[in-house]
Design a protein around this ligand. Structure first.
Ligand code: TXA
Ligand code: MG
Length: 331
């Protein structure tokens, strides 16, 4: 069931369920999360089961503020502290060395733990309500609230469509950011970008005073991360990325015969077929990120078999959107 996350009664109900080891879906500024008490391995196991996600793929632990990090992390390097100060609450996840015996299932058994302080009033209210109980919950393990490999949800209705009506979903409106948080691994002495988001490289580097490395620069065996699998974030329809000219050529070749195809492009393309769905991708990268997953879901709902997307610009602001589209289009 969907409840208005802005009401104290809904927050209390959700906090009660979480304290009892149940799952609750909650809004964040990036995408909706599927939450469980990060401190309880039995509760966390329900997340892996519901998502159909391999249990060695670690989850992010959401905290109310930076002071809760020490409960989960054994050590916080100075550059990581600077990142927290600059971007929390906000769309940034830090991978830190894990405190032994804490959040073992949530961390997928890794020696590290991903921590993030979300900037959404409903998420914040929920985290505070969880922490302020007799048996407090200090962190919410929360992957994106979608089945493994699928498109992340950016509305409460998306979550309900994934998991049905038995799950309590706190409605916080459509997500402002729209793609998942930027993930920076802080366990290797230097910051490593595991997943790009809406924060640009420049912003992250300026805040932490270090160059952001890519996983291949540091170590071949980067930590297992679902979001870094080559194929991920995929709608049911097949996604293909191409430049505007190739898009137009492909439509020209099919002519009247074109059908079951959705086009998502910044350029205006033409087709004589009334059966092709066309939507304009915003020129602004942040706006494009905000809409991306809802647009992909919408195309799926309309039953197309193919989604042809114009490759986003090769510019820093577009790195997150480009990354998600590349994964959505990988076989
Ligand atoms: O914006 C977000 O980050 C959303 C919202 C709900 O906060 N959450 C999210 O969670 O995207 P999820 O589980 O769908 O993606 C988290 C990513 C995965 O790729 C996971 O493998 C990686 O973070 N991750 C988590 N802990 C890790 C760790 N200890 N080491 C390496 N990667 C980790
Ligand atoms: Mg996910």
């Amino acid at each position: 069931m969907i409840r208005d996350g802005g009401t104290p009664a809904a927050i209390e109900e959700a906090a009660g369920l979480l304290a009892a080891g149940e799952l609750v879906a909650f809004p964040t500024e990036t995408v909706y999360g599927l939450g469980a008490d990060a401190g309880r391995d039995d509760a966390v196991a329900k997340i892996f089961a519901a998502k159909g996600r391999p249990s060695n793929h670690p989850l992010i632990v959401h905290v109310a503020d930076a002071s809760a990090v020490d409960r989960f992390a054994s050590q916080v390097p100075a550059f990581a502290s600077r990142l927290m100060q600059a971007f929390w609450p906000g769309p940034l996840t830090l991978i830190l060395p894990r405190r032994e015996g804490v959040a073992t299932a949530a961390a997928g058994g890794q020696g590290s733990v991903g921590v993030r302080c979300p900037a959404h009033p409903v998420a914040h209210a929920l985290l505070l309500a969880c922490a302020g109980r007799d048996s407090p919950v200090h962190g919410l393990a929360g992957p994106s609230a979608n089945k493994f490999g699928r498109v992340s949800p950016t509305t409460a209705a998306h979550v309900q469509a994934e998991f049905g009506d038995d799950l309590l979903v706190l409605d916080g409106g459509p997500c402002r950011v729209g793609i998942e948080s930027t993930i920076v691994d802080c366990t290797r002495g230097v910051p490593v970008l595991l997943r790009p988001g809406v924060l640009t490289r420049d912003q992250v580097e300026a805040a932490c005073g270090e160059r952001l490395r890519s996983p291949s620069e540091v170590d071949e065996s980067a930590p297992r991360a679902s979001g870094t699998l080559e194929s991920h974030y995929a709608p049911r329809a097949r996604v293909r990325l191409m430049d505007a000219r190739s898009l137009q050529t492909a439509l020209d070749v099919l002519g009247q015969e074109a059908k079951g195809i959705a086009i998502y492009s910044r350029a205006i393309v033409n087709t004589p077929s009334p059966e092709v769905i066309r939507r304009r991708m915003p020129d602004d990268a942040q706006e494009a990120a905000r809409q991306l997953f809802a647009v992909l879901r919408d195309f799926d709902m309309q039953g197309v078999g193919l989604i042809w997307v114009e490759t986003p610009p090769d510019e820093p602001a577009w790195e997150g959107v480009r990354d998600r589209l590349q994964r959505a289009s990988a076989d």
